[in-house]
Design a protein. Structure first.
Length: 326
């Protein structure tokens, strides 16, 4: 069995790319996921800002070279909104071409999805609910052909992960919007079984309550960040406390302070490094002393920094570790 999660590293004896949080008991030791990511809003046809749905804590370290904790989302969104949101957040991504891919898109979508996950990129996808009529909001397809946003964090296969062929028993690993349990689905179970056109309900396969890729597929793979120092930054992940819940500010709850602990890896013993933190997307990746939290000399390949300053659960906070400027 060869398995992979978005991120870096391997478990002995398997082709398992372990992410910042191990999603399966088959991994040797389970590590707590590294925080959560979200996207800022874009203004499209809606009258108010539209925010993407929360990517969940598990995708915090979506880039192996940056740690980022971003604010929660509201549920309303359009299919064109993510591209602008990623741009606003300085996120480098691959998007599935739902505009130009012939319908039904399930085979092309599954091939794209496998390629992204095998490369170690977490994916944000937009599913359809079985028995719900589409498109939503009386939009014109492909707009409105979605009902929910979820993070996809890994892939498993009985074949080498560099084999781009999609086998029917290949599996994706993902989370739902609010759960902490890893969900596993075979690729061949993902597409809808039937949709008779606008105003008609989608019928998913078997007992599944959700499906994706038929007739349209939506997905955005997180590659890293559009930062000039992306190639020289060190691998970093962020664990947060509390980590399993947060205030629902959309329901009127007040945001809560979050404590972050940063872990940098791949360091050179004896080398000096700087840790930067930014508390908004607008200031992110501005490398001045005003945003430098601390400096340290590495004693080994891994260094952990417990930030004494909290950030709010509805905020946007980035961390980065760079070799110290000489």
């Amino acid at each position: 069995m060869r398995e992979g999660t978005a991120g870096r590293g391997r478990a002995s004896g398997r082709c398992w790319r372990r992410g910042r949080g191990c999603p399966s008991s088959r991994c040797g030791t389970t590590r707590r996921p590294a925080g959560g990511t979200t996207m800022r809003s874009c203004r499209a046809t809606l009258k108010r800002s539209v925010l993407l749905k929360r990517l969940r804590q598990r995708l915090l370290a979506s880039s192996p070279r940056v740690a980022i904790q971003l604010a929660p989302f509201v549920s309303a969104l359009t299919h064109d909104c993510p591209a602008q949101a990623y741009k606003n957040l300085h996120i480098d991504y691959n998007a599935f071409d739902y505009k130009n891919t012939p319908v039904p898109q399930s085979k092309a979508y599954n091939a794209w999805l496998k390629k992204q996950l095998a490369a170690g990129y977490p994916v944000v996808w937009m599913i359809l609910w079985s028995l719900q009529s589409y498109p939503i909001y009386d939009l014109t397809p492909p707009a409105g052909m979605y009902g929910h946003v979820e993070p996809v964090i890994g892939i498993s296969s009985d074949h080498p992960l560099d084999d781009e062929t999609v086998y029917e028993n290949d599996r994706v690993l993902h989370y739902d919007d609010a759960g902490l349990r890893t969900i596993s689905r075979t690729f061949d179970s993902l597409p809808a079984r039937r949709w008779d056109g606008p105003g008609h309900p989608v019928l998913c396969q078997g007992w599944y309550s959700y499906c994706i890729g038929y007739p349209y597929g939506f997905g955005w793979a997180i590659k890293g960040f559009t930062d000039a120092k992306e190639d020289v930054a060190m691998a970093a992940s962020l664990s947060i406390s509390p980590s399993r819940s947060e205030p629902d500010t959309r329901a009127g709850q007040k945001p809560a302070p979050i404590t972050g602990t940063l872990t940098a890896t791949g360091l050179t013993s004896g080398a000096k490094y700087d840790i930067y933190r930014w508390d908004s997307a607008a200031t992110a990746f501005t490398y001045t002393d005003a945003y430098k939290k601390t400096s340290f000399t590495a004693a080994e390949a891994t260094y952990q920094y417990a930030d004494p300053d909290t950030f709010m659960s509805n905020s946007a906070t980035y961390y980065r570790v760079l070799p110290a400027q000489q």
